[in-house]
Design a protein around this ligand. Structure first.
Ligand SMILES: Cc1cc2nc3c(=O)[nH]c(=O)nc-3n(C[C@H](O)[C@H](O)[C@H](O)COP(=O)(O)OP(=O)(O)OC[C@H]3O[C@@H](n4cnc5c(N)ncnc54)[C@H](O)[C@@H]3O)c2cc1C
Length: 408
């Protein structure tokens, strides 16, 4: 086979784009092609998220999330500075509102210290209100490293820079099938064929499908969880100065509805986490019979549903009932009223689930001789994208550079 490109990347979300960027940092002469089914870059998770630069406080020490998030923060902030992209390391409060959350909050602070975060401060309610005057809590931790950015803009900038470096973008081209051979990979798209020596697939909500298209049998299934936001009215936006998060429920990988000041102005409240009945189902009424049937048929889903049906129903109720959503937010800011909440956007998380019903917590990859499939890249993957991209690039490049690469 004489491949038309050295490395092909499927998926022009922030993980795919960051991988292309890091590949060229390591080896500028590589011929890269990026393929995406949408007509523009970053049309899914990358442009439908909270825009938070996560500090790395929550994650199990030594895990991929902990290591790559910590490294990713500095890479992301350096990139934003170099490129003049708007961002703000404004810090956040994680607040305990019940007695039982206090030991969990202590645990989060201890974890943050283990993960190398400096300057975490334990605050009593008066100290917390010096930072966020309208917050109600029994205790809080201030995390100075957390920031905000627009990941859609980061992705758009990467796109422009990659085009300038000669990367070929095949946008609006869906993948039909993938064939791995001994000496390369052939990708069959709706418009034709792309051949490459190595394939990297960063396809978010479709990661398991794309792996199966390539003849693999991933041991996970992607379950879409929609996160719905409200926007605070301009008057109510003054109730939030920075970011305010609850203590997360350890049983779930999501961080709980929170308040986020957005880099483009305004404050968002959310996101919740409801099962989406369509992989790209951004609206409550979106339904795909194929996607729903697949979810229901998956043994892992049936197990998690049996375990957490009460939580699932409560989330659904909160999704349809504004007063229920408001009550959750009022635990953090009691002065908030229904009139302060205006309809916001939504995003759909790609969350990998195992057949035993456990959610895959860490970033997860499936590799063969010539392919790397990113199977699970949930939050904080946008924060960590440049670090994830670096690790993928180092693996993908092994066919091109025989000598070991220097460590990052
Ligand atoms: C509601 C919500 C809030 C979040 N908040 C944060 C946050 O504050 N901070 C943070 O760090 N992270 C956050 N995240 C997580 C973050 O957004 C994702 O981890 C990250 O964007 C994943 O990037 P990605 O490139 O893997 O996926 P995506 O951005 O989803 O990109 C995947 C791409 O693959 C393409 N694709 C899929 N299938 C095919 C196919 N068959 N053929 C061709 N192309 C295909 C899609 O079109 C898409 O462009 C949040 C996510 C959500 C949903």
């Amino acid at each position: 086979m004489t491949p038309s490109s050295d490395i092909a990347i499927i998926g022009a979300g922030i993980v795919g784009l960051a991988t292309a960027w890091q590949l060229l940092e390591l080896e500028p002469s590589l011929r890269l092609v990026v393929i995406d089914k949408e007509r523009g870059v970053a049309r899914h998770q990358t442009s439908h998220n909270s825009g938070v630069i996560h500090s790395g406080i929550y994650y199990t020490p030594g895990s991929g999330k902990a290591v790559l998030c910590r490294e990713g923060v500095s890479r992301m902030v350096d990139f934003a500075r170099e490129q003049g992209l708007a961002h703000d390391i404004c810090g956040k409060l994680i607040v305990a509102t019940t007695e039982e959350e206090i030991p969990r909050l202590r645990g989060i602070q201890a974890r943050g210290i283990e993960n190398g975060l400096d300057g975490l401060r334990w605050l009593d309610p008066t100290e917390a209100r010096e930072i966020e005057p309208h917050v109600q809590c029994l205790a809080a931790v201030h995390v100075p490293q957390t920031g905000i950015i627009d990941y859609g803009s980061v992705a758009e900038r990467l796109h422009q820079l990659l085009l300038a470096k000669g990367v070929v973008f095949r946008l609006g081209e869906s993948i039909r099938s993938i064939t791995e051979q001994r000496d390369g990979v052939t990708i069959h798209t709706e418009q034709g064929e792309v051949t490459c020596q190595t394939l990297v697939a960063c396809t978010g909500l479709w990661a398991d499908h794309v792996a199966r298209m390539a003849g693999l049998t991933p041991d996970v299934h992607i379950v879409p969880f929609r996160g719905e936001y409200y926007k605070l009215s301009p008057k109510a936006a003054s109730l939030v100065r920075h970011l305010i998060y609850p203590v997360p429920d350890p049983a779930f990988p999501f961080l709980g509805v929170h308040f986020t000041r957005m880099i483009r102005g305004g404050v968002e409240a959310g996101p919740n986490a409801v099962l989406a009945l369509k992989r790209e189902g951004y609206h409550r009424t979106d339904l795909s019979l194929t996607d729903t049937a697949e979810i229901l048929a998956y043994p892992g889903f049936r197990k998690i549903a049996a375990r957490y049906w009460r939580t699932g129903l409560a989330e659904q109720w909160r999704s349809w009932n504004k007063s229920a959503y408001l009550r959750t937010l009022q635990r953090l800011i009691p002065n908030l009223t229904a009139r302060d909440l205006m309809p916001g956007g939504s995003g759909v998380r790609a969350q990998a689930l195992r057949p035993d019903g456990s959610l895959v917590d860490d970033f997860d990859f499936l590799e063969t001789e010539r392919m790397i499939h990113v199977l699970n890249a949930p939050s904080p993957a946008a924060t960590a994208s440049l670090a994830i991209g670096d690790r993928i690039a180092r693996k993908a490049i092994r066919h091109f550079i025989p000598a070991p690469l220097p460590n990052s």
